[in-house]
Write a protein that binds this ligand. Sequence first.
Ligand code: ATP
Ligand code: MG
Length: 452
Amino acid sequence: MSELREKAKQVVRRLVAAGHQAYWAGGCVRDVLLEREPADYDVATSATPEQVLELFPKAVTVGMQFGVVRLLLDGDGIEVATFRSDIGSADGRHPEQVRYTSSPEEDVGRRDFTLNGLLYDPLKEQVLDFVGGQADLKAGIIRAIGEAAERFAEDKLRLLRAIRFAARFGYRIEEKTWAALRAAAPQIQQVSRERIRDELVKMLTEGAARRAFELLDESGLLEILLPEVARMKGVEQPPEFHPEGDVWVHTRLLLEKMEQPTATLALGVLLHDVGKPPTFAVRDRIRFNQHAEVGAVMAEEICRRLRLSNAEIERVAALVKNHLKFKDVPKMRASTFKRFISMEGFDEHLELHRLDCLASHGDLANWRFVKEQRETLPPEEVRPPRLLTGHDLKKMGYEPGPRMGEILAAVEEAQLEGELRTPEEAQALVRRRFPPGGKSRRVPATSRRKEK
Ligand code: ATP
Ligand code: MG
């Protein structure tokens, strides 16, 4: 038994010893029954927050402002909350009122789905099931507790949670729950963009992204939340490069092949071809000119809408913008290649390319080439130390200014091409190509000679 689990049992023991009712509740019970290790334990109890604090004086109180007191024990790992029922819905997301109760059954009634509505007594090792959660867990069904339409009306976040759990566990959504979910989809915008982002990121990274996005599509949520992605459907591609089918088919194949992606990689995968629908054109064949550049701008907009951090937005946009460059890798100049593989987070770029290939023609030659080069090229050749600084150039008699930047860039270029190894060679190149007093970058051979 894990340490956290043992502690979560001790918490129940102490509450029960003091005369209260106490159970493990919700997702952790579901996970225990599925033999998955819960990330955290929620304890539900008849004890009031004051009574809990008396027993656990070191507990940290959170959530006072919502009238719901949760007590964190042991960092984030264990949370204790008093049985309560939620009443009404103020904004389609939060209850108008909450009332403490001594009834565990009432507490279960406020929870979202039957598989999340189980209680467990770790002392007696008994499940308390007021909602048929065990049967649904066995049958693989996501079913709202109570009247589905009402439960979704109370809190629209549940629309996304239903889909996330269905995808994660490979379960089906029960009919009435599904019908109510689809009917409530147009109101999803009542959920804050941050919460929507968190749910979408979980769907993308929890291991069943393809199924999650298919359910988002079938529910009508995709069209509302990510219309740019919904537009990929039916956008044909040239069969010689994409035997698998249209842009949506291709994108779903990538989603399916992801292996424990980071959030930014997963978003990069989802959005890498988002520029294809608006750039679709039939010329000699189907073409998507500039789709990576167009897509990068769109990806940035989408990620900003989803309230990602600036660093994440930049990363996702860069993934989209650069994903096609891998096809040029064999003919890249050495300097271009070294700069390319020095891009921040290059592992994610490389992985996106691998998935892109696997989800289309299946040819991994360029991927292998880049991977090998990265493994064999010494870092000091890929990102060599500077041979000359601005300070050195001043000593050589050059004035600070734009020309100096040009000179330094030319030195770096030549160095990455392998033409220069030492500061002396660099100085010689500078004197040859940028005679002191000269203005233009490219000095014609004749004038070079004159100045000598
Ligand atoms: P995860 O494994 O993703 O953490 P979880 O089911 O544990 O899933 P939490 O957000 O940790 O989800 O919530 C714990 C429990 O609280 C849920 O199992 C459910 O009983 C209840 N719950 C959480 N969010 C809601 C909600 N929006 N509406 C109703 N009940 C909820
Ligand atoms: Mg949880």
